[in-house]
Design a binder for this molecule. Structure first.
Ligand code: HEC
Length: 461
């Protein structure tokens, strides 16, 4: 299949993958709060209805307003923001996801609509409704939000472990893929945890409740933390279904990945430890500041966790199917003959300041093949990473970039394109001077291209 070119945006010193990741983490956190919040509200409504708590109802109404504000406003905005950034940065991946899961996505939206409708009805009329109707609305809200997670989780986990879909192309094999269940249950528990911690912050805000009432509400909310005991097992299950190379990344193969996984585990254990010993066993009171700190820790754990989930998928955005730079593995060989930038109609930014066509080509090659993970000056910048490398070293390493670090896709362009990329990086390192020789204009042209071709071939073996 010929690659499709989209006008991708450039975020300067900020790596594209980081832009998506940063927004994604925020979105996941608010979405999980919305889901867990619904469950917590059902529980509190039940406590109030059955006479188990005299304060639950009053707390519930305040909590709900906060939940609606945060999940409807921040959740929905960041959700739309995710679409907006991903289509700007990784349109091919999003295109593939929409192609494959069109109807499932539509189903997800119906559940989202249910969530919003039930939530709004409760917000508007909750105070005047009977207890049973209130509970019914809250249950509907929770079903709506949890099933949004159910559908999205299938699609996201498919990216990492597409399973039987790779062979059969079957929608359901892709959806109920190997990491579907561990991540669904894991995320549900994370949602409960976040909701309970937020409840503990809210209980402490203002003067609505006296100390005794606060303690009672906190004791109820802390029950939502009990499922956290299952997290380590779910984590191991998830690790077990990962493809071998992905698992290696987090078990020492990649220092950053390994460290982030360890941090996620450490931070989650801190929350779990506090929940178990402090809140459940000793029934301690927790003040707003401590609760806020635990919330911040939960956010950090989410951030590390999402980073690892995104990271272990490298070099793919959809494993075995699409590399992070939107090249398909089966197209690599052909792109090495026809070129990855030949058909790219979009001009490069700052083309006027580049003294040669070779540099303009290099900039395009960079944009198409490397810019999803590298910048030209900023986070993970290519000129920075290759500082001190002479042109020959760059040639050899770029040609075998997937061997250099296995989380990079193989170079998928012609030898002349690779040489253009080498020159482009060298030119940037030299401070983008106004003059720069075209390295393929002289008599060494054939020898150079031959060397690069040989290196590319060696990389395949
Ligand atoms: C899927 C993401 C991704 C893509 C695409 C990618 N890289 Fe990388 N690359 C990385 C990461 C992550 C590192 C590690 C940075 C570090 O070690 O700090 C890296 C490191 C490097 C290094 C330094 C390696 C070392 O051992 O010092 C070079 C050189 C490099 N990349 C070149 C390229 C080139 C050239 C391209 C495009 C043809 C490219 N990369 C595409 C993710 C990527």
């Amino acid at each position: 299949m010929d690659p499709i070119f989209y006008p991708v945006n450039d975020f300067g010193p900020l790596m594209k993958g980081l832009v998506i990741g940063g927004l994604g983490i925020f979105h996941v956190f608010t979405a999980q709060f919305a889901i867990g919040g619904g469950m917590l509200l059902c529980y509190f409504q039940w406590l109030a209805m059955t006479g188990r708590s005299a304060t639950a109802r009053r707390f519930l109404d305040g909590y709900f307003k906060f939940l609606v504000l945060l999940s409807f406003v921040a959740g929905a905005l960041t959700g739309v923001g995710m679409w907006f950034t991903t289509i700007q940065l990784s349109p091919v991946t999003i295109g593939l996801m929409v192609d494959e899961f069109h109807w499932l996505w539509a189903v997800e939206w119906t559940f989202f609509s249910l969530e919003v409708t039930a939530g709004y009805a409760f917000y508007r009329y909750g105070a005047n409704l009977t207890d049973r109707t209130r509970l019914a609305l809250l249950v509907l809200y929770t079903i709506g939000s949890w099933f949004s997670l159910f559908w999205i989780n299938g699609i996201l986990s498919w990216q990492l472990t597409p399973g039987g879909w790779v062979e059969s192309g079957s929608l359901w094999a892709g959806f109920f893929n190997p990491s579907f269940w561990p991540s669904l249950v894991f995320r549900t528990i994370a949602a409960l945890t976040v909701a309970a911690l937020v409840a503990m912050v809210l209980v402490n805000i203002g003067t609505a409740f006296d100390r005794e009432q606060r303690t009672e509400l906190i004791n109820h909310a802390s029950k939502m933390l009990i499922p956290m005991v299952a997290m380590p097992l779910l984590g191991l299950w998830w690790l077990a279904v990962l493809p071998e190379d992905s698992r290696e990344w987090v078990l020492g193969g990649s220092v950053a990945m390994t460290m982030f996984l360890q941090l996620a585990i450490l931070v989650s254990s801190l929350i779990g430890g506090y929940a178990f010993y402090g809140l459940l066993k000793q029934k301690l009171y927790i003040n707003g500041l401590t609760a806020g700190l635990l919330c911040a820790l939960a956010f950090t754990a989410t951030a590390f966790g999402e980073f690892v989930r995104e990271g272990v998928r490298k070099p793919y955005t959809v494993r075995e199917t699409l590399y992070s730079n939107s090249v398909r593995p089966e197209d690599v060989a052909r792109l090495r003959e026809v070129g990855c930038a030949t058909a790219d109609p979009y001009p490069v930014r700052g083309a006027g300041a580049m003294p040669t066509d070779q540099l303009r080509l290099g900039a395009k090659v960079f944009r198409n093949q490397c810019s999803i993970c590298h910048t030209t000056a900023g986070v993970n910048s290519l000129p920075g990473l290759t500082k001190g490398w002479d042109a020959d070293l760059k040639r050899m390493n770029f040609a075998k970039v997937h061997r250099l670090k296995a989380f990079m896709p193989p170079f998928a362009g012609t030898p002349a394109e690779l040489e253009a990329l080498v020159q482009y990086v060298g030119w940037l390192q030299a401070g983008s001077p106004g003059e720069w020789a075209d390295s393929l204009a002289g008599p060494e042209r054939e020898a150079l291209l031959g060397t690069i071709q040989k290196a590319l071939e060696e990389g395949v073996r």
